[in-house]
Ligand binder design. Structure first.
Ligand code: MIG
Length: 809
């Protein structure tokens, strides 16, 4: 055995020396010939092939076969029939190049050496390989370079930290449990090898569908080139042309999938800690929320509820009557989510081990034995989630917990994390992708994704009419199909509050719409002020979850005295009042892939002053959030895009198109509403199971293209997939004589909780002459300082027209 291994080493040293002598990196050389098929061409070069497929007029896939044979492996991210409409690809030839055209894009392939340029239909270059830098290959490795214009910016790449714009930086993708990560830590927990490039309002995207250890370099190696490459797997990428950045995200998520509509409770306030136990403490925490009338929907149980850290067990000393606890808390409107890590104790007599071992479901060492690594339960084994049969079995492990009424599962440690210096399983452990043997080099970065998938599909199977809620830490592109995610073990510091914004925004650009950061910072203890500011910010994050490490100060909303509690409560209440808007936003995400939390450039691509702004963000398309991100400044500037804005808290008009100086007191997070928005809001509730009492409130902020939407359904089941939903569209128009608001007739049969509407028209500072409802004068209105408030509008599903007449006519 030893002799054989030595012989292999000697041979490979000889081989690599020989390759080195000939410079092992080589390009495909010159173009030789082209074969045309309907929407694709296959190019043969001197030493390999390239296939270019037009999937849509603005989506092109490029695949390389350096040895001449294309890899047949099924992608973990790309959905098989994402683009079904036939796309035309017209091919023309000159002496020096081939030109391929769709209705929206041109691709030029220079012949010597073979290199690719993407252009718009006017011939303007979007992205280009340089003649002196063609794609190169070396054994299993390869790299691609593109020119990097001075004024181009790069976003996406999942949970990468640092500035919003990745320009001048380089990143590695290798999912890693980075406890205590800081601003410069890389890699982190996720691999989403997709970036969006923006240059003067024009965007394109590039998804490098490769699960091996990969890296992206945006000008670190060379000032005017960016590049990407990998240690193995195929050179297979997709190019998406905007020209707007929203279109790029829509098409990327068309390819890799979107966040399915989550249960409404998951948008409520979530309280977590490592760990709440025993049972009595969980009950106390829940009772405290209700007693203090602080709305909340979710409490998490972290690893200490388990017996000896073994997934799918319950420590009965700590949780003697967990079933009753879950039920009682249910009645109080709390949903329980439990952590279930993927590492199973390597222990006979522990059912998940016995079952899985008997069936051979665990990852193997190269010699066929079970791979055993130390994690929380001690010696542990790892189900091979790349196999369907294993995923289905994993799903069955949730049976008792689902029966108990646990409403969601938290898949942590799924990079996978192992307590060894490399932080993970050896790269030669064996996976079995539906009968195809491969090793951890290929699977590592998709392991967490397949774990989350198994949990999601398992939940669906056990409760076929209920929307699953899964929270995962590790991810690959497309994991949003199965689970929400958070940014792992951040720190209780101002810098981490600040960093959470670009990090969540870049996750959104990467197709991940349902994301959050541990509010307050996981590691360490936030000062009361920091926690309060972060609780304010969290109300405008897609996931609003307060979480803390062991040994840190408690951080439930009330722990810092009445003044802090009052402020934190007010922001949690704001979150609940805004739920109709937020839910409508996440429903949009589920259809379009556009995230809830959006970097400024996504809404205002033409405004260069916002191109790399990572301190402000849009929450949905109408709210601009501009938190204080430094503790030491007295005041700071908010860049308001052109146009009119309204202060969300006061309703006062604010001029856009300039930098605004603000110095918000502790109880204020600056939030602005874009003029032309209609925001639906609801009366305060303590959890989403409570029926709001009172009218649906429409806050009208007159301005250009004035409108708004409301989406509603039961918030919990899949009945919406069979049409059980309600859509309302609102619009408004302004003229010198007044403001007209239209509520369109309801679409869909779902019966909402509200019976009437209340409309607040901001920007009206003088008392109107009259108000009309459906053409008739009405008297149920009043004038406030900066808004007209109209009530008594009975809602029957019919359209309504409301007129605020500023002058008598
Ligand atoms: O090794 O389950 O990121 O949120 O509280 C630590 C305990 C394991 C890491 C997660 C964190 C969680 C903690 N986990």
């Amino acid at each position: 055995m030893l002799v054989l291994r030595n012989a292999v080493i000697v041979v490979s040293i000889l081989l690599s020396q020989q390759l080195l002598a000939e410079s092992p990196w080589h390009s495909l050389g010159d173009f030789v010939r082209v074969e045309e098929h309907a929407n694709q061409v296959e190019l043969t070069a001197q030493s390999g092939k390239v296939r270019i497929i037009a999937l849509a007029p603005d989506v092109v896939r490029v695949t390389y076969a350096p040895g001449g044979a294309f890899a047949a492996n099924q992608s973990f991210a790309a959905l098989p029939n994402a683009f079904s409409a036939a796309t035309q690809l017209r091919v023309s030839k000159t002496d020096a190049a081939l030109e391929l055209r769709t209705d929206q894009l041109a691709i030029r392939v220079d012949k010597s050496p073979l290199r690719i340029t993407f252009l718009d239909t006017d011939g303007k270059i979007l992205s280009q390989e340089r003649a002196d830098h063609p794609a190169v290959f070396n054994g299993t490795e390869f790299r691609v370079w593109n020119t990097m214009p001075d004024d181009e910016h790069y976003f996406g790449l999942g949970d990468k930290t640092g500035p919003l714009d990745h320009r001048d930086l380089a990143f590695t993708n290798w999912n890693s449990d980075m406890f205590g990560w800081q601003e410069s830590t890389d890699p982190l927990y996720k691999t989403i090898p997709f970036f969006l490039a923006m240059r003067r309002g024009v965007a394109y995207g590039l998804f490098f569908d490769n699960t091996y250890r990969s890296n992206f370099d945006f000008g670190k190696e060379a000032r005017d080139l960016y590049s990407f490459g990998s240690d193995g797997g195929a050179l297979d990428y997709y190019f998406f042309y905007g020209p707007g950045p929203k279109r790029v995200i829509e098409q990327f998520t068309q390819l890799v999938g979107r966040t399915p509509l989550p249960p409404l409770f998951a948008l409520g306030y979530q309280q977590c800690r490592y760990s709440y136990y025993p049972e009595s403490q969980v009950r106390e925490i829940a009772a405290e929320f209700r007693k203090r009338n602080i709305p909340a929907d979710v409490i998490y149980l972290d690893i200490d509820y388990q017996q000896d850290n073994r997934p799918f067990t319950v420590n009965r000393e700590r949780f003697p009557t967990i079933e009753k606890m879950v039920k009682d808390l249910r009645e109080e409107g709390f949903k329980l989510i439990t952590i279930t890590d993927l590492h199973l104790a390597h222990a006979h007599g522990y059912r998940p081990y016995d079952e899985g071992s008997k069936k051979g479901y665990f990852i193997k060492n190269p010699n066929g034995s079970e791979y055993v690594g130390k994690v929380w339960p001690g010696d542990s084994v790892f189900p091979d989630f790349t196999r369907k049969e294993v995923r289905e079995w994993w799903g069955t492990l949730y049976t008792d917990f689902i029966k108990m009424g646990i409403r969601g599962f938290w898949n942590d440690m799924n990079e996978p994390s192992v307590f060894v210096p490399s932080k993970t399983a050896p790269i030669d452990v064996v996976h079995n992708v539906e009968g195809r043997k491969t090793d951890h080099r290929e699977i590592h970065n998709v392991f967490g994704m397949q774990n989350a998938r198994a949990t999601y599909e398992g939940m669906l199977k056990l409760k076929p009419n209920l929307r699953p809620f899964v929270l995962t830490r590790a991810a690959y592109a497309g994991t949003q199909r199965y689970a929400a995610t958070w940014t792992g073990d951040n720190t209780a510091s101002w810098n981490h509050l600040r960093l959470s914004i670009p990090q969540l925004a870049n996750l959104g650009v990467s197709g991940y719409a349902f994301v959050g950061a541990d509010i307050g910072g996981f590691n360490g203890s936030p000062t009361p002020e920091l926690l309060t500011r972060w609780m304010e910010l969290g109300a405008f994050n897609p996931i609003y979850r307060n979480h803390a490490n062991k040994g840190t100060r408690f951080r439930e909303p009330w722990v810092d005295g009445p003044e802090h509690e009052r402020i934190r409560k007010r922001y949690i209440e704001t979150r609940y009042r805004l739920l109709p808007y937020i839910y409508t936003g996440i429903e949009e995400s589920s259809r379009t892939g556009l995230p809830l939390l959006r970097p400024m450039f996504l809404e205002f691509p033409d405004d260069e002053s916002l191109a790399t702004n990572g301190e402000e963000f849009m929450f949905g398309s109408n709210l601009l959030v501009a938190p204080k991100v430094w503790p030491f400044t007295d005041g700071y500037t908010v860049t308001l895009p052109k146009g009119d804005w309204y202060d969300y808290w006061t309703g006062n008009r604010v001029d856009g198109g300039k930098a605004l100086q603000v110095d918000p007191p502790l109880d204020t997070l600056p939030v602005y509403v874009r003029a032309g928005s209609i925001l639906p809001q609801q009366p305060l509730i303590q959890h989403v199971g409570e029926t709001p009492s009172g009218p649906l409130e429409l806050r009208v902020y007159p301005g250009p293209q004035c409108g708004g939407d409301l989406y509603m359904d039961d918030g919990d089941t899949l009945a919406y997939q069979h049409g059980e939903s309600l859509r309302l569209h609102f619009s408004c128009s302004v003229s010198p004589s007044g403001v007209q608001i239209n509520v369109a007739a309801a679409q869909g049969p779902y019966q909402p909780w509200f019976k009437d509407l209340q409309i607040l028209v901001y920007g009206v500072t003088v008392k109107p002459a009259s108000v009309e409802l459906d053409g008739k004068p009405t008297s149920t209105w009043s004038q406030e300082a900066n808004a007209t408030s109209i009530s008594g509008i009975t809602w029957t599903g019919q359209a309504h027209a409301i007129r605020v007449n500023l002058s008598a006519n």
